[in-house]
Design a protein. Structure first.
Length: 280
């Protein structure tokens, strides 16, 4: 074996050693950071229990989502155009909303309203664009059954994409109102979100969750981040929606946390250009 070949063998061995050691350090750093975050979140959850804040199981798993743009279907938009196909109801479109009154009320089971309504929603003569909506149990009550429009696998919260069925005292659906988000487009590539546990502990650390309360649910959805003058569209972002009930008064509030940057979401700015989002 010549000397030059021996040099190459030692060089390759040295490079391999560097790669192994470097990879180990990276993995160890990630594990240390992740472990440290989990320890901090566990400490916060313990503080919450000490403040009589109760909650169910909170997952630490991160999910993914997009920045999404879309605009509410207005006059001569897809929702009004499709509404011409409706039958057995009195339907009219006004102020970006389709309002319908059934000729004959539809009886439902109050314990499981989706069993019957899922069939109705998929009937194009009764509900147009129904395949884009999904039953939202958390937003529903005995008087209103809510179906949310689905964007990239997640429900849309807010009034921009909702089917709201009216229910009378005899457990009959008498009609509905419908809004629809059209011309939906993804503005950025898929990105990681914060976890459900991170969202809840973040709200607590920022004094958003009162003592002696209960977290009823925390779901990942799309919520409006801001309005924009670009193509008359709004921007939507993955958002942890957390519903909290105060144990003494029974008052209920819903809080929203931007799932990309942990910001507690307030009112949106009136106008922001989204060209920078499209270019990233």
């Amino acid at each position: 074996m010549n000397f030059k070949r021996i040099q190459w063998i030692f060089l390759l061995a040295f490079l391999l050693f560097d790669i192994i050691v470097g990879s180990s350090l990276v993995l160890e750093t990630r594990f240390t950071v992740s472990n440290g975050q989990q320890n901090r979140q566990s400490a916060v959850l313990k503080e919450m229990k000490n403040d009589s804040i109760s909650y169910g199981e909170l997952t630490g798993k991160r999910q993914t989502g997009y920045y999404i743009a879309g605009k509410r279907s207005a006059d001569n938009g897809v929702l009004e155009q499709e509404s011409n196909k409706l039958r057995n109801q009195d339907a009219h479109f006004s102020s970006e909303t389709l309002t319908s009154e059934f000729d004959d009320p539809l009886k439902i089971n109050p314990e499981n309203p989706a069993k019957r309504l899922n069939q109705l929603v998929m009937n194009k003569k009764m509900v147009v664009l129904g395949k884009h909506y999904r039953y939202n149990e958390q937003l529903s009550d005995k008087n209103t059954i809510v179906y949310s429009q689905v964007l990239e696998g997640l429900p849309l919260v807010g009034s921009d994409g909702q089917l709201r069925f009216r229910v009378n005292s005899d457990h009959e659906v008498t009609g509905y109102t419908q809004t629809y988000l059209q011309d939906v487009e993804v503005l950025r590539q898929r990105s990681n979100t914060i976890s459900q546990r991170r969202a809840v502990t973040w709200l607590y650390k920022h004094n958003q969750i009162p003592n002696n309360s209960r977290i009823l649910w925390a779901n990942l959805s799309y919520a409006k981040l801001l309005n924009t003058t670009t193509d008359n569209k709004a921007v939507y972002v993955p958002t942890w929606v957390v519903e909290i009930r105060t144990k003494n008064s029974g008052a209920v509030q819903r809080l929203q946390v931007n799932a990309f940057n942990s910001t507690v979401m307030k009112e949106s700015p009136d106008s922001v250009n989204t060209n920078s989002l499209n270019n990233n």
